[in-house]
Design a protein around this ligand. Structure first.
Ligand SMILES: C[S@@+](CC[C@H](N)C(=O)[O-])C[C@H]1O[C@@H](n2cnc3c(N)ncnc32)[C@H](O)[C@@H]1O
Length: 189
């Protein structure tokens, strides 16, 4: 995950981290400029393992779990607009029930010049063929994961960006059956 290594800085919002299988990428030793990470995870069953992974990554004092949905951040999370340096969404906008709403609500929390790090399922050109059919059963086995969302377009439409570096994930072709979009959007200053 070169995307996540050394890219997150300052105050970070880690949306839908699950059990924290990627938290080691934010380890203190390789990310000295991270000051705080809020792990926004509504599923409380994941919290103990998420906490353990954060402690193992040397982030015990910096990683704080917020046990609510990303859509509740403005009301329950206590975060001010323009207070976040890095938003991280890794394989969560595919399974969050209201992704467009959440993207629109997260954008104002990001500081001007702040970065959004993305690794997400995105729709394929086979959308209207077998992927559309596959997507009828896929979410039942993968916690509501929807592989037909134009997440990259929704991110682009969320607001003004100074720089957008989004593309297929390394090792994936543009026309893979179940592709990911990966990269960084930098909020306009
Ligand atoms: C497919 S899992 C991915 C977990 C982790 N990011 C990973 O790559 O291993 C999706 C995660 O999004 C979380 N999630 C679901 N609805 C959410 C919401 N409204 N706000 C934040 N996270 C949510 C789920 O609880 C789950 O942990």
């Amino acid at each position: 995950m070169p995307l996540l290594q050394n890219s997150a800085t300052g105050i970070c919002l880690d949306i839908g981290p699950g059990t924290g299988q990627w938290v080691y990428l934010f380890a203190r030793a390789s990310n000295p400029s991270i000051t705080k990470i809020y792990g926004v995870e509504p599923n409380k069953a994941f919290h103990a393992e998420l906490r353990r992974n954060a402690v193992e990554a040397g982030l015990g004092d910096k990683y704080e779990i917020i046990g609510c949905g990303a859509e509740e951040l403005a009301t329950k999370g206590g975060l001010e607009p323009g207070s976040v340096d890095t938003v991280i969404t890794v394989q969560c906008l595919c399974s969050i029930p209201t992704p467009q709403k959440i993207i629109k609500e997260l954008y104002p929390l990001l500081k001007p010049g702040g970065k959004w790090l993305v690794f997400e399922h995105v729709r394929t050109k086979y959308q209207n063929d077998f992927v559309g059919v596959l997507n009828n059963i896929w979410p039942h086995f993968l916690n509501g994961c929807d592989i037909t969302r134009p997440t990259d377009e929704w991110l682009l439409q969320a607001g003004k960006w100074d720089d957008v570096q989004l593309g297929p994930t390394a090792g994936e072709g543009k026309y893979d059956t179940i592709p990911h979009v990966s990269g960084t959007l930098t909020k306009a200053k």
